[in-house]
Design a protein around this ligand. Structure first.
Ligand SMILES: Nc1ncnc2c1ncn2[C@@H]1O[C@H](COP(=O)(O)OP(=O)(O)OP(=O)(O)O)[C@@H](O)[C@H]1O
Ligand SMILES: [Mg+2]
Length: 356
């Protein structure tokens, strides 16, 4: 639904050059909720502004719903009209809502329709319908100043839907909201995604946002996408930084000669008694250092950190047994400093969040 290839953005100002996007290849499938996460300055907002051509990419292409927007942006006035139309099919939600304070809620939602030249009656009908959809039917005549943050963002979402978009782009839509309100806005985005078949690309620095509503995610660093995939794919990728942060499980080895293994169960694998089978088959005692079960991106996931007696060399066969069960196995190398590989991955993402 959204594809970027080699997307590059270099800002030039007063002789200085900043490469905000450095060859980004992104593929967002129709009907999914896709999260892009990364530290401040990673290039997330630049990515979203280049996707809707608010910002002109320096190189690379952007295709939305089969239409090459970068090609349209490069041509004359007729293509300019096509580009405007294509853009009206892309809804945009902002962190600070960007509502006009002098206009009522309804008039804010009508604004994009005015620009599209829709008649007054039709505009009014559409705006009221959208306000109903976002749960604000009774606030049509209110002014933005009379609304809570969550309500303002609902207006922002209704306005973004005015042009019947196929795609909704959201830049930190919940960053200015408290946790409770964040949950309700995310739920609204999820509902819209399901009800309207809307494809949602959202930018966030909060892992919880990705965890609660995204089907797929990408991690950005220094203008590049360093990891991407469906939540299931990420969790099944050995050493994935995103997976470690999405699904942390702690626990340190209890002694020197021990092998610590993270076992990730996806879907039905979660219900099989693998650990007791392992213990019985090889006659070894297994300690559980940490465990968690959760739903991540709509997928039932279990992760367990277990400890086997003996060093890794002594445990090649039992570890092989676990792998044969189709489980995702990560050996936690506790010889590398004091922190474990998974902890390090997790911390580095958290640090980035903290740096925001
Ligand atoms: N208009 C601009 N002119 C010059 N440099 C810019 C401009 N916009 C962004 N940049 C630079 O490009 C880089 C990426 O910025 P961007 O806003 O895309 O990051 P971000 O990931 O959205 O960060 P944040 O999480 O803080 O919103 C940064 O180094 C930033 O300073
Ligand atoms: Mg930003």
């Amino acid at each position: 639904m959204i594809t970027t290839t080699g997307l590059t953005k270099v800002y030039r100002s007063r002789g200085r050059e900043v490469t905000a996007l450095d060859g980004v290849d992104l593929h967002v499938r129709e009907g999914e909720v896709y999260g892009v996460i990364g530290q401040s300055g990673a290039g997330k907002s630049s990515l979203i502004r280049c996707i809707n051509l608010l910002e002109r990419p320096t190189a690379g292409t952007v295709t939305v719903a089969g239409q090459d927007l970068t090609a349209l942006a490069g041509r004359g006035p007729r293509a300019g009209k096509e580009l405007r139309q294509a853009r009206s099919r892309i809804g945009m939600v902002f962190q600070h809502f960007n509502l006009l304070s002098s206009r009522t809620v309804q008039d804010n939602v009508e604004l994009p329709l005015e620009i599209l030249g829709v008649s007054g009656r039709e505009r009014s009908r559409k705006a009221l319908e959208l306000l109903d959809l976002v749960g604000l039917a009774d606030k049509a005549k209110s002014f933005p100043a009379q609304l809570s943050g969550g309500q303002k963002q609902r207006v922002g979402i209704a306005r973004a839907l005015a042009g019947d978009p196929k795609v909704l782009l959201s830049d930190e839509a919940t960053s200015a909201l408290d946790p409770e309100t964040t949950r309700s806005i995310l739920q609204l985005l999820r509902d819209l995604n399901r009800q309207l078949g809307l494809t949602v690309l959202l930018i966030t620095h909060e892992m919880d946002v990705v965890k609660s509503i995204c089907d797929s995610a990408a991690l950005m660093e220094n203008g590049r996408v360093v990891e991407s995939g469906t939540v299931g794919e990420l969790l099944a990728t050995p050493g994935s930084e995103l997976a470690g942060a999405l699904f942390p499980v702690g626990g340190d080895a209890t002694g020197e000669d021990r092998t610590v293994v993270d076992v990730t169960f996806l879907g039905e694998a979660a219900t099989r008694p693998v650990i007791s089978q392992l213990s019985r088959t090889y006659n070894i005692d297994i300690s559980i250092l940490g465990a968690a079960i959760d739903t991540v991106g709509g997928l039932q996931v279990g992760r367990m950190r277990i400890e086997l007696p003996g060093r890794y060399e002594d445990n090649v066969v039992p570890v092989g047994f676990l792998r044969e069960q189709g489980l995702q196995i990560d050996i936690v190398d506790h010889t590398a400093d004091t922190a474990t590989a998974a902890d390090t991955a997790q911390e580095s993402v958290l640090l980035k969040d903290g740096a925001k």
